[in-house]
Design a protein around this ligand. Structure first.
Ligand code: UTP
Length: 287
């Protein structure tokens, strides 16, 4: 079985749920404390054994390419001023991984974006991580998917249980066999009374390369966009899919509330911020 070492992260979406800031700042670059959201996702991929990452970016998101590039002028100035700690922070941004970029000319949906990874992926199984979904966990969420992939040698969808009232926001999985988590199909944003379960697919996938033949053929789906879920649904007719129930806390940082929750939770884990922030929160709540 081929090892999963490549990951695709689509980051070219319009971020309409986070306007107006997303008019000029990519939502994937909004800071969670002092690192961009995207950085947390890349760290998770690297900690899961990924060595090569393709970022599908957009003409309006040059800020992402710049962030992972070397800023010689800034580094030189830090060096001249003896700012060793700051230099180290700058040197660690990219970490030990190869990062490549390709641009999606128009935001025509996740399926359209991922299709652009065909040459990068070649004949290998690969991971997809959505650029605005942070998973906080002890064992990296993608590592949990890779373990499930190695057990089943099949396509994997990272899933979590969601509130029954909220199923209409997600792709909801229906099981062929609940004892093994084998998936029958996935229903995009079902009404609560029509949902086959309350297990949702949440921004982490391992897919075999045959998905590209389908991505080239699918029509526009929900929201008038080419949906990655629709391509997976087609592939389910030919290949096995399993759910990996992720042991993680999920933050949808593409939504304002999800972003605030992530910021607070990560700040509350930081030695330099934990105590003063707790005190401030106590003060605010008691007011
Ligand atoms: P989302 O549906 O969360 O992103 O896609 P969006 O379209 O920006 O969201 P709205 O406008 O707030 O509803 C999941 C991931 O896929 C990327 C997004 O950047 C996000 O990381 N994406 C989405 C693309 O790369 N291209 C697209 O055309 C759409």
């Amino acid at each position: 079985m081929k090892k999963v070492t490549k990951a695709v992260i689509p980051v070219a979406g319009m971020g309409t749920r986070f306007l107006p800031i997303t008019k000029s700042v990519a939502k994937e670059m909004l800071p969670i404390v002092d690192k961009p959201t995207l950085s947390y996702i890349i760290d998770e991929a690297v900690a899961s054994g990924i060595t090569d990452i393709l970022l599908i970016t957009s003409p309006y998101k040059k800020i992402i390419e710049d962030y992972f590039d070397v800023n010689y002028e800034l580094e030189k100035r830090m060096e001249e001023r003896g700012k060793i700690e700051e230099l180290e922070i700058l040197g660690n941004i990219k970490g030990n991984v190869n990062i490549y970029f390709i641009r999606q000319g128009e935001p025509l949906g996740s399926g359209h974006a991922i299709r652009l990874a065909k040459t990068f992926v070649g004949n290998d199984p690969f991971a997809v991580l959505y650029g605005d979904d942070i998973m906080k966990s002890d064992v990296p969420a993608l590592k949990q998917l890779i373990d499930t992939y190695e057990k089943n040698n099949a396509n994997i969808i990272g899933c979590m249980e969601v509130d029954k009232n909220l199923v209409s926001r997600y792709g909801i999985v229906s099981f062929a066999d609940e004892s093994t988590n084998k998936i029958k199909t996935i229903v995009e944003k079902p009404k609560q009374e029509e949902a086959p379960s309350n297990i949702a697919g949440l921004g982490r996938y391992i897919v075999k390369p045959e998905i590209f033949d389908i991505l080239e053929k699918i029509s526009k789906g929900a929201c008038g966009e080419y949906q990655f879920t629709d391509a997976m649904k087609e592939l389910m007719k030919e290949q096995d899919f399993y759910a990996c129930i992720m042991d993680a806390t999920y933050y949808d940082t593409g939504s304002k509330l999800g972003y605030l929750k992530a910021t607070l939770d990560y700040a509350l884990e930081r030695d330099d911020l934990k105590e003063p922030l707790k005190e401030y929160l106590k003060e605010r709540i008691e007011k």
